[in-house]
Design a protein around this ligand. Structure first.
Ligand SMILES: [Mg+2]
Length: 395
């Protein structure tokens, strides 16, 4: 079998509420839907987050054509090695989401050709469903409590919120409001996106611990593993690495420095599903648990990760997804919309390959939304966020 073409379609899907973090905001998400066509009529699906920009993702996909068209989609390792080394895309991160989408589309073809869901090709069902968190995005304190109530009523077991705002007192108040709304049984995860100095991080986390934290995510810079280890030794809450652990090489360094208790792993930021499994393996060898990070994704990329997570034992925490924020999706009954989750869990799709089906009407609707509103409205570069230059670290 040979790959004959790569099709790339940017789609924009709005959020229910604006997502705000320590230095940016988004009112929706842009993803690029990737379709690999083959000479045997099978079409593989992949999806990339438009990180750091839609233009870079489309440009990387365009540059991959010479390496991908004509390749055998079953020889995934060989193809990715050619992309990394011959294509000189082995300087990863900014280029990885596009490569990951191609790799995932190959796996979709392999699964469809062999009549097996991906979970069966990545180790089989260790678990039958995969847990995701509820994203509490609003900066408004009253809305935070309401979102907590909504999450608990929908059966989610973990809520995630951003901290690292201008004042630690505001962050602590939002955690307190979430605890009040979500109740005593909800796990609360707070993500500072590297905003704090070591002193501020220790002060903030200690204050938040009064309300019970499951994990604190990237409280200080991910570029200083010694500082992460310093903070980790002075708080009771387990520290989750994110910006420090984009790729498997970074994850190995975090482990060697004793800089975290839990590692974020990310198939998009590290070039695909094989690397997601490898990352979890590196952590397992160190006796550590992992969870999936997300740059934001729709049902295609989410289904892909769900298969691998279901087949990998040390994903022991609720994973990151955008179901609670998204108003819709491009797949049928998977991904966007909290109603697709059962007690915070997504089922592992049964069908061959990714096991998800595109809704062509919605693909066209959200491709049109991208064409008309473009990147300004929905990408990481929100016009309002672009007017500020954050002074970091917050002290
Ligand atoms: Mg994070």
């Amino acid at each position: 079998m040979r790959i004959t073409a790569i099709r790339a379609t940017p789609v924009a899907v709005p959020y229910r509420t604006i997502e705000t973090w320590a230095f940016g905001r988004r009112s929706g998400m842009v993803s690029v839907l990737v379709e690999l066509e083959t000479d045997e009529g099978l079409v593989g699906l992949g999806e990339c987050a438009t990180y750091p920009s839609t233009g870079i993702v489309l440009s990387v996909l365009d540059s991959l054509k010479g390496l991908v068209v004509g390749a055998d989609p079953f020889r995934v390792e060989r193809l990715v090695q050619r992309i990394d080394v011959v294509g000189t895309w082995h300087h990863v991160k900014a280029t990885s989401p596009a490569i990951a989408a191609v790799e995932t589309a190959c796996w979709d073809i392999v699964g469809k050709a062999s009549g097996q869901p991906l979970v069966n090709l990545f180790g089989g069902r260790f678990r039958d469903s995969v847990e995701y968190f509820y994203y509490v995005a609003s900066p408004d304190i009253d809305a935070v409590a309401d979102e907590g109530r909504r999450a608990a009523a929908a059966g989610f077991r973990t809520c995630y919120l951003k901290v690292g705002s201008e004042r630690i007192e505001t962050d602590v108040a939002r955690v307190a409001a979430l605890r009040e709304g979500a109740g005593p049984d909800m796990s609360i995860r707070a993500d500072a996106n590297e905003a704090w100095s070591a002193g501020a991080a220790i002060r903030a986390v200690r204050a938040m611990e009064e309300y019970g934290l499951e994990l604190v995510e990237q409280p200080v810079s991910g570029r200083n593993l010694t500082q992460m280890a310093y903070v980790r030794g002075r708080i009771d809450t387990p520290l989750l690495a994110n910006e420090a652990s984009w790729t498997r090489y970074d994850q190995l360094s975090v482990i060697q420095h004793g800089a975290a208790d839990v590692l974020s792993v990310d198939n998009q930021m590290d070039g695909g599903l094989l690397n997601l499994k490898r990352s979890a393996g590196i952590a397992a060898a160190a006796g550590m648990t992992v969870l999936k990070h997300s740059l934001g994704e729709l049902g295609v990329a989410l289904a892909a990760a769900t298969h691998v997570i279901a087949a990998t034992p040390n994903f022991r925490h609720a994973n990151q997804a955008y179901g609670a924020l998204l108003t819709d999706d491009i797949t049928v009954g998977f991904g966007g919309g909290a109603e697709n989750y059962r007690s915070g869990h997504l089922p592992v799709p049964d069908g061959p390959g990714l096991g998800v089906e595109l809704d062509r009407d919605r693909v066209e609707r959200y491709a049109e939304l991208y064409r008309t509103k473009g990147d300004a409205e929905f990408t990481f570069h929100h016009p309002q966020a672009l007017t500020s230059a954050p002074a970091l670290p917050k002290f």
